[in-house]
Design a protein around this ligand. Sequence first.
Ligand code: HSE
Length: 432
Amino acid sequence: MNAAVTTLHVGMLGCGVVGSNVARLLQEDSGDFAARSGANLKLSKVAVKNINAKRDFVPNEILTTDANSVVSDPNIQIVIEVMGGIEPARELILTAIKNGKSIITANKALLALHGGELFDAADKNGVDLYYEAAVGGAIPILRPMRESIVGDHVHRVMGIVNGTTNYILTKMDEEGSAFSDVLKEAQSLGFAEADPTADIEGHDAAAKAAILAGLAFHTRVSSSDVHCEGISKLTARDVEVARDMNHVIKLLAIAELTADNRVSVRVHPTLVSRQHPLASVRNAFNAVFIEAESAGELMFYGRGAGGAPTASAVLGDLIAVARNKTRGVEGHGETDYADLAIAPIDDVNSRYLIRVEVADKPGVLATVAQLFASSNVSIETVRQTGRGDSAELIVATHSAPEKALNKTVAALSQSDVVKSVESVLRILGSGK
Ligand code: HSE
């Protein structure tokens, strides 16, 4: 039995949906947390924008609008950052680190943009920087990557890491609805933000992809290294065609090693076979699927957002950091020794599904096939549906480099027999 002997003072930056759940659970479960960590965890100061907002679990006397007073308070040993955004979060975290405080953050955008600077500062000052809540909300994924599979070689990580887009895609798949209708419904139900850009254009998933890639390949990866395409251009027809092929469209964050040992990091809608475990991840749930040399395939599944689920990850980090402090040790920092190059999207191989509207007359299929052949893109299947004078051609390719595919699409767009290129989507392949 561990008796708690010390008190660790905790400061918090921000007290929104996640922060208020952290405060609630710290109060409700303080006895358990003390027994588990070996220290009483006392929330001593919380920086907020609006001091008058009603908060059930945070006494008024610990609230402040001066965030600097939290990161420079000599009594505070651990700072939880749940305010989000880049500045002033970055500046405040750096100041806290310089003042010897360990950090717990849920800020994926900040880590994907300035992770290197923050990890270096934490290393230099001998403090912990934990961030389990930044990817996959409640899902324990970053610590397993940092610790449990660090003795393995990861080949590929694929995540459904954005709940809003997974909710929209699930509805489009199951109800045949149009993107804009589901988005409106999701907004009215509170599942999607009033400004949904970061979610639907893939930026939120791209930040998470950068973090996953960095951990998988021991290389610094930033959000600018991530090729990013969102779901706003997907149509009900795209989803229907995928369904006819026994596939479902998911917004995947993919980090993989290329054949020449570079790192490819990307976010894009992807046709996933319904046999694949990721296809079963519905609604706002998240999942991360890892392919590693010795472990084989692993999947981590759970709630990727929301106050209590995200607070669960923050509190796990808090207890881990508190355990380190009570033992006078630091947790492991980041490893970036591999320093692999990032492969541009043009060099990445994928299978594709191209949908074109063509004139329905003799020789058209042969012309289209020739355009694929002349860019060295090999066709796997072709399906044609007549529509009066026109026909829809649905071409699935074997794996080909993106630049060859782009050349094919440019040639199709200019061809006399092609009325329009309706969509170009990637199909999930088997990886390395
Ligand atoms: N907005 C994100 C989502 C959660 O929809 O999953 C925070 O990253």
